[in-house]
Ligand binder design. Structure first.
Ligand code: S3P
Length: 193
């Protein structure tokens, strides 16, 4: 007697997207790069896609066109990733991506949403290393970080499938923790190592 044929047996194992969200300085880009290298996945960054779409740097978009125009670009590039049905990709997002509820729905359509966190002092120390974040061009950036974080924390938590504190983890440890979590959640996916 022949074995019954299960089409699912021959289906390619789904390669999930890892969608990284979190406050500025939480490590989305740097940890995302390590994660992508480990997995052999490409990486995209919504900030970079916005710069490409707008043809100008983020500080210039904020200065000349305002935050709402930046947010419109951000939603547009996120929508485009969903429309392209990207898969097997590490997607790093801008820290304000969760501000629009429609973006949160798109994040979930894209894949496994990982919230990277760090304590406030660590975040501030990390964002102080470069001055490319227009929202922190204020008289008291430390206080601005505090206020933005307090307002956004519930939005980040609500949007996350999984939360990882990066304060005391190396980039490699953080990437490994995400892979370990994803293995459990995507049993058909075999990262091959
Ligand atoms: C922003 C975070 C930035 C960038 C823009 C606005 C925010 O991205 O999208 O400056 O609102 O938190 P990073 O989180 O990668 O710094």
């Amino acid at each position: 007697m022949t074995e019954p044929f299960h089409p699912a047996d021959n289906a390619p194992a789904p390669r999930p997207n890892f969608v990284l969200i979190g406050f500025m300085g939480s490590g989305k880009s740097s940890i995302g790069r390590i994660l992508a290298t480990k997995l052999g996945f490409p990486m995209v960054d919504t900030d970079a896609l916005v710069v490409e779409a707008a043809g100008m740097q983020i500080t210039d978009i904020f200065a000349w066109k305002g935050e709402e125009v930046f947010r419109d670009y951000e939603s547009k590039v996120l929508r485009a990733l969903v429309d392209r049905a990207v898969h097997g990709t590490v997607i790093s997002t801008g820290g304000g991506i969760v501000l629009r509820p429609q973006n949160v729905a798109l994040l979930h359509e894209l894949g496994f949403v990982v919230l990277l966190t760090a304590n406030e002092d660590v975040l501030f120390e990390r964002v102080s290393r470069n001055k490319t974040r227009p929202l922190l061009h204020t008289p008291n950036p430390r206080e601005t970080v505090s206020q933005l974080l307090a307002g956004r924390a519930p939005l980040y938590t609500a949007a996350a499938d999984f939360t990882l504190d990066t304060s005391a983890r190396s980039h490699t440890q953080a990437a490994d923790a995400m892979i370990a979590e994803a293995r459990g959640r995507f049993p058909l996916w075999n990262p091959g190592f």
